[in-house]
Design a protein around this ligand. Structure first.
Ligand SMILES: Cc1cc2nc3c(=O)[nH]c(=O)nc-3n(C[C@H](O)[C@H](O)[C@H](O)COP(=O)(O)O)c2cc1C
Length: 188
């Protein structure tokens, strides 16, 4: 290959998530988190709109959010244990908030794609830093009353993902990866 990015390529070809049940403390410190966030904010962004922001939930804030999920689940008839578990297992969660900007210049879908890119870049930066991490949603990511009250989302904002981060306690088996022959259409 040309260039000096072989180690980056090696990372991309072997990277995989570590779901919260495989995570423990300690969490990354503020400097390490800022590095991850800097990478997350360095993504393609048509029109330089910055259609995303981040909410960092440290251990205490994560546990408080988990409590709020339990309370909301009871009121809304949802599965509280399932919704709260990732926030109880991971010592750090970063909410990636999509913030659609009102403009005719850039289609909303492109802003959504940029928010997804921010999630993946954040996830990869955490993994590359030697942490375990996973990008998840679950019903709490779509529950407006919960999000509005606990995370202070503006009406047009929504959760692109919760990226749970921590120290790797155990390594999960990898999942089967896509067969390129089924998804690639080569045209000379
Ligand atoms: C937007 C989005 C939401 C997801 N939400 C969940 C979830 O709520 N629960 C879950 O078990 N996996 C969820 N996943 C899948 C996890 O990220 C899963 O660990 C991932 O597919 C592993 O892929 P990787 O090893 O290539 O990183 C979600 C994935 C995406 C892209």
């Amino acid at each position: 290959m040309t260039g000096d990015g072989q180690h980056v390529l090696d990372f991309l070809l072997s990277r995989r998530s570590r779901p919260p049940k495989f995570l423990t403390g300690p969490a990354p410190d503020r400097t390490a988190i800022e590095t991850m966030l800097t990478a997350a904010a360095r993504v393609p962004d048509h029109g330089k709109l910055e259609p995303w922001r981040f909410i960092v939930l440290g251990e205490e804030a994560s546990r408080a959010f988990a409590q709020a999920i339990h309370a909301r689940a009871e009121a809304a008839g949802k599965d509280g244990a399932k919704g709260a578990l990732p926030f109880e297992q991971a010592p750090l969660t970063i909410a990636v908030v999509a913030c659609p900007r009102p403009t005719d210049r850039i289609p909303a879908i492109e802003q959504t794609l940029s928010a997804g890119a921010a999630c993946l870049s954040l996830l990869n930066a955490a993994l590359a830093g030697g942490w375990g991490a996973a990008w998840m949603t679950g019903w709490p990511a779509y529950d407006r009353p919960l999000l509005d009250a606990e995370l202070g989302l503006a009406p047009e904002e929504w959760i692109a993902g919760f990226v749970h981060v921590g120290t790797v306690a155990a390594v999960p088996p990898d999942r089967p990866r896509p067969d390129l022959a089924r998804i690639v259409d080569w045209r000379a």
